[in-house]
Structures are given as C-alpha cells and as structure tokens.
Design a protein around this ligand. Structure first.
Ligand code: FES
Length: 56
C-alpha cells in the first residue's frame, strides 16, 4: 500500500540488503519503506516526509 506523499507499507518482518551490502532488518508486522529519500533511517521511513519545506 502506498501512503500519498509518504511511505510504502509492506508486510513484515523484512530483511533489506542494499547495493553496498548493508542489511536492514525489521521485525514489525508492517514496515514503512521511505519513498521521499529524506529519512535519516533510509530505507525505512522516519516520518521526515511530514515536514514541510520552509517558505523563506
Ligand atoms: S517516506 Fe517517510 S521519511 Fe520518506
């Protein structure tokens, strides 16, 4: 399921392996995968997508 403007929700648990071999595991029953690339815990969503850009 895709959250509009937010993560992709997938069924867990998951084990993700990046191109450099880094392994990220989550034992949650539902895992939020970052699609905005602003997450400090990428590839997992940390809700950074909710932060609005400043209008300076
Ligand atoms: S989708 Fe949530 S931080 Fe990127």
């Amino acid at each position: 399921m895709l959250v509009p403007g937010g993560p992709a929700l997938i069924e867990g648990p998951v084990e993700l392996v990046s191109e450099d071999g880094t392994v990220v595991r989550s034992d949650r029953f539902q895992v939020a995968m970052c699609r905005c690339k602003r997450s400090k815990t990428f590839p997992l969503c940390d809700t950074s997508h909710r932060k609005k850009a400043r209008r300076d």
